[in-house]
Design a protein around this ligand. Structure first.
Ligand code: GLY
Length: 470
């Protein structure tokens, strides 16, 4: 069997899902080289070489690639930070190893302002009403305040405040969630404004879907729709998180979507792609479009675009690829990925997270198993469920670390379980069974990911929005 060396830049379960897919290859003898944020228990076990780079800085990643360059055929990158910081440009230039992720120039996840302006040029209908406030254009904060308040008059206060750069200042703030007065909104705004431009856009109502697509530079291969659960607690309460779970239906669309909604999304993303492709194509390799769409009474709008796979959304897809993932990657690198085959299955991902994640411990102090805090997490029983479910269950550690042969949860989303089934409810039960089998560390999870009630609520909401549209 042909030997293939693959570099995986990893943070979180999305890269673990890729490592899993690579190491299940039936066509190749795969050797995995992982540049990881921490000693992820899954990656440590599967890799022939594993290095920890806590800040995932591109120089250290490049050095790891260079040291092993004779053994590595190509690489793939999961997390956004190294992509935004130009890991592909650097590694390809210094080592000649091709990476699957966009080049720095095409990583528009880096700037919310650039995203809005790009869409404005090509598909203006997907933008909500927005205004960019650039600190360079305002002599004093008072001038900025005047301009912000006058824009809030136009939006009737229902606004979302977004910093240009991810994770600058206080991050994204939403009217009704993070602030309920103009003063509070302006406080949120100034916390971001000190670092650079801030967008204030209208808050839009609708149902969200995540649209991801593989890209070989020449073709877009859209992946089925998934629904992410951003809020920390059941019934979509609590603060936004990285995503507490997600689901995918048997086909390409979600239960609350119509085929025309999907067709519209593909049309929108294709328009942007065609424009970019004309300038350069290889730079777009990877998943340059992971678009958070929101379906409104005025059609689909874009909340944001990311230049990498979604987490947990890519875990809904990779485990049900019918083709060998190594072959899929070779096609991406060769520019001949024109379609992709997936099993006809529903998938549900549920995350288990540490006690302080999403402010859970403060909100529900009585529900936290205090005696378990800081103790190891035992994944054995969850893995043993493969005896019952075979390949229909996947347990992917994320923000976890091996120390002296014990596994500990760190600060972020700790471990997810993917359930695969002939319908959403079957997949959900498998995912929940796995989640419940994970013991220790005072971890907790949302109980309503992909629940019938939640999905029916989305369907009713979408029906109401369609009625308003008529
Ligand atoms: N699920 C949200 C994200 O990957 O950004």
């Amino acid at each position: 069997m042909e030997k293939v060396g693959i570099l995986v830049v990893s943070y979180g379960a999305r890269a673990v899902a890729m490592v899993d897919a690579f190491t299940r290859s039936l066509n190749y003898d795969v050797e995995i080289y992982v540049a990881d944020k921490q000693r992820n228990p899954f990656n440590v076990k599967k890799a022939v070489k594993h290095v920890v780079i806590p800040d995932l800085n591109v120089d250290a990643i490049c050095q790891f690639a260079e040291t092993n360059k004779d053994k590595i055929d190509f690489g793939i990158v999961g997390p956004e930070k190294p992509i935004i910081n130009g890991v592909r440009d650097l590694v390809e230039k210094r080592t000649g190893i091709s990476l699957i992720c966009p080049k720095k120039e095409y990583a528009i996840e880096a700037s919310k302002v650039q995203q809005r302006l790009l869409f404005q040029k090509i598909v203006p209908e997907v933008n909500p009403r927005f205004k960019i406030f650039n600190p360079k254009e305002y002599k004093t904060l008072d001038y900025a305040k005047k301009a912000v308040y006058s824009w809030l008059d136009e939006l009737d206060n229902k606004a979302v405040v977004k910093p240009d750069k991810p994770a600058a200042g206080k991050g994204v703030g939403v009217w009704g969630d993070h602030f309920t007065t103009r003063e509070q909104l302006f406080e949120h705004f100034t916390a971001n404004f000190q670092y650079g431009p801030v967008i204030i856009e209208e808050k839009i109502e609708g149902e969200e879907s995540s649209f991801q697509t593989f890209c070989d530079g020449k073709h877009l291969v859209p992946l089925p729709e998934t629904r992410d659960y951003k809020r920390a607690f059941d019934n979509d309460k609590g603060p936004n998180t990285g995503g507490m779970g997600s689901y995918k239906d048997v086909g390409d669309v979600l239960p609350f979507m119509a085929n025309v909604d999907r067709a519209k999304e593909i049309e929108i993303v294709n328009k942007v792609f065609e424009k970019w492709k004309a300038a350069d194509n290889e730079g777009l390799r990877g998943i340059p479009f992971y678009v958070a769409f929101i379906h409104t009474d005025k059609g689909p709008k874009i909340l944001e675009n990311n230049s990498r796979p979604g987490d947990p959304e890519i875990q809904n897809i990779v485990p049900i690829l019918k083709e060998d993932f190594v072959d899929v990657c070779f096609k991406i690198l060769e520019g001949n990925l024109t379609h992709i085959e997936l099993e006809k299955a529903a998938t549900v991902v549920t995350y288990k997270v540490p006690p302080n994640y999403g402010g859970y411990a403060n909100t529900f102090p009585n529900l936290v198993k205090k005696y378990e805090i800081g103790k190891p997490v035992d994944l054995t029983k969850a893995y043993e469920l493969t005896k019952k479910h075979g390949e229909r269950i996947r347990v992917y550690p994320a923000s976890m670390e091996v120390r002296n042969s014990e596994t500990y949860a760190l600060k972020s989303r700790a471990v997810c379980v993917v359930g695969i089934g002939e319908d959403i409810e079957t997949a959900r039960q498998v995912s929940l069974e796995g989640i419940k089998a994970i013991k220790g560390g005072a971890l907790w999870h949302r109980t309503d990911i992909a629940s019938k009630q939640h999905i029916e609520k989305s369907i009713r909401h979408m029906e109401e929005l369609r009625r308003r549209k008529q």
